[in-house]
Design a protein around this ligand. Structure first.
Ligand code: FHN
Length: 593
């Protein structure tokens, strides 16, 4: 009977349709790694900041086709504009990145303090950016450039001491009738195993044989690839390059480490080997219209957020069709690099935070040293480190010793009143032994305190990730409280305070017209207030491309005074049957000054 149930369950899984690969599915990244983390990936800890490069024929087009701009990720232009294979091949005939200089790219990565590079060897467009005997549709045979750019890059990485890896789109290949993805030209499904055996497998063999030792084969959008097919590819890579890693986007729960969703930065620490992949602007590939570049400070902050949770931050840049890295990216890389080099110990080889959320920033560790990355400089320089129980031998800020003392519930470091220069100030605490800290949620009077949804105790509601995109392919993620069962369902946070404090309570949520004016309640230490949640304009479907559009709005629910230090509790939930569809992304306590 038990076996029958298992067989029925497996059959049900097998019958599930594969995730849509039209860029609108939030399931296009595979299931994550199911096996234990491998020792093969131990080096990832020493290499916390990496460069991702999206470069291909799409870089020549820059996000526009026949005068029309396609907003969002530019490397999808062939599919989004429905360009026929024969016309797209014409782009190869023009592609001549005469200003490509492998050494300069590698030096830009090195200047940023990055320790490895992964580049698109073949993206979904199907064009090989390397010399390939398996398909003449490659940079040497099909362009006037006639050079194997990836060979030059592999050699430059070796000369400069950086690790090097290849992105390879194993399932989608819009150039091939037998592969997946080109539904505008090839109306009926092709023979996928034939594509695998005639193109993907031979090309992966080339990549793992002709470029010296490589760090990674980075697969993407597994879609309908089967377990045996994924397994064959993993085994093939490991056989040819025993030290190379395969990421989880090989699909079917395989791979050596997890790649999170695009542009996803987790809020809470995560176990195992994993990486976040991020864009500098809103596109992976070069896009002429997209100057929405994150500042060096934002990039440094995102790097620290990832490293403090235990991951690797792989940041993308998109060189253009001439082989030039955009100036804005070069400036950012050099600015971030100056900061990383100054704080190398706090990034590469460092471990995750021992604390719960810290309202003023994040913490990374190395041996007995804590690195406090202070995003929000405290008023008067009074930095409270809640939950720290170890003895602090020495505190240093900007290279000088600063006063530090134990206080009830933690430690207080007296910093300069004014924030020092630099992207993010880092305060070092040298401890008498290994860090001992409680992970309790502590709310500090001087800072904004985000009560993470992942830390709430739930009654008849759920924590669910909401993923959506605004421009095409530019993903956003929120871990939301949702699935309310009506009055009685609630989310509760218990937290400590170390001193009396007063706050405004900001609630960030998305609600559709169906939940407009639903009544909600918040109780703070048993004192209850009610408030309406209003329609934020959330949409189920949008005209530009399929996919829902949540519209998060932050509203202030009221003010609270936490008169005494100690333990407190905030509970939130609908008062009746209305509001079941509301999704709450965050609750923030903002100090009243
Ligand atoms: O479809 C691709 C996309 O173009 C880009 O390469 C990203 C990078 O992570 N991966 C896929 C979408 O997740």
């Amino acid at each position: 009977m038990r076996y029958l149930l298992v067989a029925v369950a497996l059959a049900a899984v097998a019958q599930q349709p594969p995730p849509k690969l039209d860029g609108t599915s939030d399931k296009m990244w595979g299931e994550g790694v199911k096996s234990a983390a491998t020792t093969r990936g131990a080096w990832m800890k020493d290499s916390r900041f990496a460069m991702f490069i999206h470069w291909g024929l799409f870089s020549e087009l820059g996000g526009a086709w026949k005068g029309k701009t396609y907003y969002g990720i530019s490397e999808w232009i062939m599919r989004r504009a429905g360009i026929p294979v024969s016309e797209y091949e014409g782009v190869a005939a023009q592609f001549n990145p005469s200003q490509f200089n492998a050494r300069e790219w590698v030096r830009a990565a090195k200047a940023a303090g990055m320790r490895d590079i992964t580049i698109t060897a073949k993206h979904h467009e199907g064009f090989a950016m390397f010399a390939s005997a398996a398909s003449r549709y490659n940079i040497v045979d099909a362009t006037p450039f006639h050079r194997d750019a990836l060979k030059e890059l592999a050699e430059a990485c070796k000369a400069e001491g950086l690790r090097f890896g290849f992105y390879y789109s194993q399932t989608q290949d819009w150039h091939e009738r037998d592969a997946v993805g080109n539904t505008w030209e090839f109306k009926t499904p092709g023979d996928f195993p034939r594509y695998l055996h005639e193109k993907a497998i031979p090309q992966i063999k080339e990549l793992t044989s002709n470029y010296g030792p490589i760090a990674t084969i980075w697969f993407d959008t597994p879609g309908p690839i089967t377990l045996p097919q994924s397994r064959d590819l993993v085994e093939m890579v490991h056989k040819a390059q025993p030290r190379a890693l395969v990421n989880s986007r090989i699909g079917n729960g395989l791979g050596d480490y997890d790649t999170l969703g695009d542009m996803e930065i987790p809020r809470l620490p995560r176990a195992g080997l994993w990486e976040s992949v991020d864009t500098h602007n809103d596109s992976w590939g070069y896009a002429t219209n997209d100057t929405n570049f994150k500042s060096a400070r934002e990039i440094a902050e995102r790097l620290v957020r990832v490293v403090s949770k235990g991951g690797v931050y792989m940041l993308n840049i998109g060189p253009d069709g001439k082989g030039r890295i955009p100036d804005a990216s070069l400036r950012m890389l050099s600015e971030v690099g100056q900061w990383v080099k100054q704080h190398e110990q706090a990034i590469h080889g460092s471990g995750a935070t021992p604390f719960g959320p810290l309202p003023w920033g994040e913490c990374t560790t190395r041996g007995n040293t804590l690195f406090l990355h202070v995003f929000d400089w405290p008023r008067g320089g009074r930095l409270i480190v809640p939950g720290l129980q170890s003895k602090v031998l020495r505190a240093r800020s900007g290279g000088v010793n600063v006063p530090v003392k134990a206080i009830p519930g933690g430690v207080m470091v007296q910093l300069a009143a004014a924030q020092p220069a630099g992207l993010i100030p880092v305060v070092e605490l040298e401890l008498a032994g290994e860090a001992k800290a409680t992970r309790d949620l502590t709310v500090l009077a001087a800072h904004k305190n985000r009560l993470d949804t992942g830390l709430a105790k739930l009654t008849s509601c759920q924590l669910k990730q909401v993923r959506w995109m605004e421009k095409f392919g530019e993903w956003k993620h929120e871990d939301c409280l949702s699935g309310w069962a009506g009055g009685g369902s609630s989310a509760a946070w218990e937290f400590k305070t170390l001193e009396p404090a007063a706050f405004r309570v900001d609630l960030e949520y998305t609600a559709s017209a169906a939940d407009d004016y639903s009544e909600w309640q918040m109780s703070v230490d048993g004192k209850r207030i009610t408030f309406p949640v209003i329609d934020t304009g959330e949409r189920d479907k949008r005209a530009a491309f399929a996919g829902a559009l949540p519209r998060f709005r932050t509203v202030s629910v009221g003010t609270i005074a936490l008169s005494a230090s100690g333990l407190h509790k905030i509970v939130i939930g609908p008062t009746g049957s209305a509001g079941k569809g509301v999704r709450i992304a965050s609750m923030t306590l903002v100090p009243l000054r």
